[in-house]
Design a protein around this ligand. Structure first.
Ligand SMILES: Nc1ncnc2c1ncn2[C@@H]1O[C@H](COP(=O)(O)OP(=O)(O)OP(=O)(O)O)[C@@H](O)[C@H]1O
Length: 254
């Protein structure tokens, strides 16, 4: 799906992202980890076509991501930025309905398929009970789930999510990751999400991409990451890995 070649992003003569080659296939759940400022959001913005690299090429299904028309891109990729904009005067349902725009355009009438996508997205993110509430009068975590519902209604085969669990309570974090896992298991679907919770990543990801100072420090499975001889470099803090009988191991600060 994505192929990146010779990517360089620089700000004020400083390289903030340098990726010689990276391929992200059209399936699976990839979690991006790394320190604050390691370049995670920059990478996601490049994939979403929100930012152009100073050098290099980002191909989405063989075509430069910046050359897609907005509608065509939205039918392939749905993007949640780190700071979600607050659209005024919309109900949660109206926000989620915006997700269908990529498929409907301005002129076509609502189809039963559009409505089914909106209802399913409201249910999947546990915001159906808030459908009539104004988006600016719900909590931060509820807004994050409503925004995710809009992306699900968009029904694009690739979800790009920048810290989608940041505002969620513990139960909703796990519900979210289980939902992303299901999305990533659908044929031809991929989820690429930035997380700060190593244990969520270890439990749900197929692939972990860890950035360090704008470079890919690790790219592989959670199992291989756990066995990394310099795992402490992930966050520059020593970690203990606790095995659990029949369950995923957990990482704790040593
Ligand atoms: N517009 C900009 N101008 C100058 N520096 C920038 C700009 N955008 C990002 N940076 C710098 O680039 C680096 C990478 O930023 P980025 O937002 O990609 O990090 P991140 O890994 O997503 O961090 P966090 O975990 O804190 O969200 C940071 O050092 C940041 O200060």
């Amino acid at each position: 799906m994505y192929a990146l070649h010779n990517i360089l992003v620089q700000r004020q003569q400083r390289t903030i992202l340098a990726i010689p080659e990276l391929v992200l296939p059209a399936h699976g759940l990839t979690v991006i980890l790394g320190h604050n400022g390691s370049g995670k959001s920059t990478l996601l913005k490049l994939l979403a076509g929100q930012l152009a690299p100073d050098h290099g090429q980002i191909l989405l299904d063989g075509q430069s991501v910046r050359r897609y028309r907005p509608g065509a891109l939205a039918r392939k990729v749905a993007y949640m930025p780190q700071q979600i904009p607050q659209p005024p005067l919309l109900s949660v349902r109206e926000l989620v309905e915006l997700g269908r725009f990529a498929w409907r355009g301005w002129l076509r009438r609502w189809s039963p398929d559009d409505l089914a996508h909106v209802d399913a997205a409201l249910d999947a993110t546990d915001v159906a009970h808030l459908a009539g509430h104004a988006v600016d009068r719900i909590s931060g975590g509820e807004r994050q789930r409503a925004w995710l519902a809009m992306l699900l209604a968009q029904a694009s085969p690739c979800l790009l999510l920048d810290e989608p669990s940041a505002a969620l309570d513990l139960a909703h974090q796990y519900q979210l990751l289980a939902l992303l896992r299901r999305e990533a298991d659908r044929n031809g679907h991929a989820v690429i999400a930035i997380l700060h919770d190593l244990n969520l990543a270890l439990r749900y990801a197929d692939r972990i991409l860890a950035l360090r100072q704008g470079q890919i420090w690790f790219d592989g499975s959670p199992e291989v990451l756990l066995a990394h001889p310099a795992l402490h470099q992930l966050y520059d803090i020593a970690l203990d890995i606790l095995p659990r009988e029949g369950k995923h191991p957990v990482a704790v600060v040593a």
